[in-house]
Write a protein that binds this ligand. Structure first.
Ligand code: IFM
Length: 437
């Protein structure tokens, strides 16, 4: 990949927050020491995960968290984004684990930034049901009461779009439903849960609250009206449907009518002001009119019934996952958000950015991160208010339906011995942070 690597990365503003991210189900293991989640049920079903694996052990972070926090400390990050497993909190001693983890992270001089839901819903619960949102707010209150004295920054949900669309519309993720557009209540109930969680966190005295939504530019496959319309629809579904209720307090383009319950009242809760808005960015998507057959994209099978098809972005390097590497897509996304939402847009934080590559001498990952950090700086220079950047991920981990085949970590994990080995990208990121001062 052609990069400016070699030139120093431009300086970011004082106080800019640098971090790394993980999630509970992907790293913790110790599954027998907690309730089951929808992901435990899903991975137990044959054929759901490509390599047939489960996250029962994963990186065994539950037992090795001290070693992992030492790796964080060695990186010199300001903040660590991890997630709290709701099924573990429901289990005896579960909250004690997060108490110990938060203490360890603070003692390492790193700010803990927990995400309260990263897809591992307790197995008996269901986002098709409205009362799951209220149950979530109760759980959030319990966590905030216990950890709020040490946690400076909170994230309510991770990527409700993926959990809705992959998990409930096309069935590639847990809980494996294929409801297509009948999955929309899952989006609404998660967004309602987000708003209720913001209220619950504030009631417990917490501040500095945001959400982590996945977003990317949507590029029409051609200038043909059918392709442009399909791309507009995809943008509505992946970007606007999850951003606008939170940022503007409204659903875009008539989609409110498709949502359950008293939507106007719920939107007031969903739009409870956040202190910042988190963006997970990986790549743009090139979208065209429906192709008339199931299509494969980035490890997913997209059913022919969808009113769009995803096309290759040609002429770009690809990660091992097959995702195109398009750093300027991050600049386009961020300036596009600023142009679309203007003064209504809260400060932004990049809550995830990263790539899957094999190997410990991972020069491709260094090139990817280098180029994306520069693209982020370009967005800042053009006036977008971005306050932080978190690499996905600290560790190689359980990559959902791909199992252990996709490695996103700055640190290699040997899944037989569970030995951790910092990769070349770990040293690159550490040196970049030192140079930032
Ligand atoms: O591993 C995931 C993470 O859980 C959510 N965002 C995207 C990552 C890479 O696929």
């Amino acid at each position: 990949m052609a990069t400016d690597a070699g030139d120093p990365i431009p300086r970011f503003p004082d106080g800019f927050l640098w971090g790394v991210s993980t999630s509970a189900h992907q790293i913790e293991g110790a599954a027998e020491e907690r309730e089951r989640s929808v992901w435990d049920v899903f991975t137990a079903e044959p054929g759901r995960v490509k390599d047939g694996s489960t996250a029962a052990v994963a990186c065994d972070h539950y037992h090795r968290y001290r070693e992992d926090v030492a790796l964080l400390a060695g990186l010199g990050v300001d903040a660590y984004r991890f997630s709290i497993s709701w099924p573990r909190v429901n289990s005896p001693g579960g909250l004690d684990f997060y108490d110990r983890l938060v203490d360890e992270v603070c003692a390492a001089g790193v700010r803990p930034v927990p995400t309260l839901f990263h897809w591992d819903l307790p197995a008996p619960l269901d986002w098709l049901r409205r009362d799951t949102a209220a149950r979530f707010a109760e759980y959030v209150s319990v966590v905030a009461e216990r950890l709020g004295d040490r946690v400076p920054k909170w994230i309510t949900l991770n990527e409700p779009a993926e959990h809705t669309l992959l998990g409930h519309a096309i069935g590639a993720h847990a809980p494996g439903r294929q409801l297509l557009f009948d999955a929309l209540p899952v989006a609404h109930h998660q967004l309602l849960a987000h708003g209720l969680a913001v209220q619950a966190l504030r009631a417990a005295g917490a501040s500095d609250i945001g959400i982590a939504n996945s977003h990317g530019p949507t590029w029409p496959a051609s200038a043909e009206p059918a392709d442009v319309a399909a791309a507009g629809f995809y943008d509505l579904l992946l970007n606007r449907l999850f951003a606008e209720p939170v940022i503007l307090g409204e659903y875009p383009d008539g989609t409110a009518e498709l949502m359950p319950g008293d939507v106007a009242a719920d939107l007031k809760v969903i739009a409870e002001p956040v202190d910042w808005y988190g963006v997970n960015y990986y790549a743009p998507t090139r979208v065209g009119a429906p192709g008339g057959a199931d299509s494969e994209y980035g490890g997913l099978t997209l059913p022919a019934e969808l009113p769009f098809s995803v096309r290759e972005i040609e002429g770009r390097p690809r990660t091992d996952f097959g995702w195109p590497v398009v750093p300027e897509g991050l600049t386009e996304l961020l300036t596009g958000f600023r142009d679309r939402y203007g003064d209504r847009l809260p400060p932004l934080v990049i809550t995830e950015n990263g790539c899957s590559y094999e190997g410990i001498d991972d020069q491709d990952r260094i090139a990817y991160l280098d180029a994306h950090v520069r693209a982020l700086h370009t967005a800042l220079e053009s006036g977008v208010d971005v306050r932080g950047y978190f690499v996905w991920s600290l560790l190689d981990n359980f990559e959902w339906a791909e199992g252990y085949a996709r490695r996103f970590g700055l640190v290699h994990v040997d899944y037989t011995t569970l030995e951790r080995t910092p990769k070349a990208s770990y040293h690159w990121f550490r040196d970049m942070l030192r140079a930032q001062g």
